[in-house]
Write a protein of this length. Structure first.
Length: 216
């Protein structure tokens, strides 16, 4: 019994000794986890040559839907990045970088833009040699502001695929109807054809993104 009490006294003593140390370390651990990360130093290529056209279209959509933005995402393809040096052991986004694609309205259902496959400068950003890049995703966002909750529709494709089509109900149902901007409930073509009866397909509209090399 005395031995058990001795262990308990020792445990309490250790606990009292460690508590100040843990409290002292807590701000440091918190700072490590919440450290503001500086943006990667990547630069747009000042003289790109490989132009691609982006076309965003809607079919049978409500009139108030419009394409609000588009972007192209690049990924590093070689060993030019610095070693991981954070507590979490994670490389936070420096292997990818996105550039905006300015859009121009062609008509009520069509928007166009241009991006460059060589849009990011191949440069030595980290002292390990020039970074090489490839396009991994081209995406766009469409919006409508007239529903109870502002609703947006996202879509993306890869260079290999070349295009993507999605469908959404004309009644426009946001996934979260709480008054804040919310993604719409949309489905890809394969699921649309499998799950929506032919008689109900007129209740849906489609929107599409297509990319292709610019023809000179």
């Amino acid at each position: 019994m005395m031995e058990l009490e001795g262990h308990q006294v020792f445990a309490r003593a250790v606990s009292r000794a460690l508590c100040p140390l843990l409290l002292a370390l807590l701000p440091l651990l918190t700072a490590c986890g919440s450290k503001e990360r500086t943006p990667p130093p990547y630069e747009a290529n000042p003289s790109p040559k490989e132009a691609y056209e982006v076309v965003i279209t809607t079919h049978d959509a409500p009139e108030d839907i419009y394409a609000s933005s588009a972007s192209v995402t690049y990924e590093v393809t070689n060993d030019c990045l610095p070693p991981i040096d954070n507590f979490e052991g994670v490389r936070y986004g420096i292997d990818k970088h996105s550039l905006d694609i300015p859009l121009r309205k062609v008509n009520s259902t069509t928007y166009e833009g241009t991006y460059f496959r060589d849009g990011i400068l191949n440069a030595d950003y980290y002292g390990k040699g020039a970074c090489d890049w490839e396009v991994v995703l081209v995406g766009a966002t469409l919006k409508t502001d007239t529903t109870t909750s502002p609703t947006y529709f996202t879509i993306s494709t890869t260079v290999d695929a070349g295009s993507e089509t999605r469908y959404s109900s004309k009644s426009i149902k946001p996934l979260i109807n709480d008054g804040s901007p919310s993604p719409a409930d949309t489905i890809p073509t394969s699921r649309f054809l499998k799950t929506v009866p032919v008689a109900q397909r007129g209740d849906y509209f489609s929107y599409q993104i297509t990319i292709s090399p610019r023809k000179e």
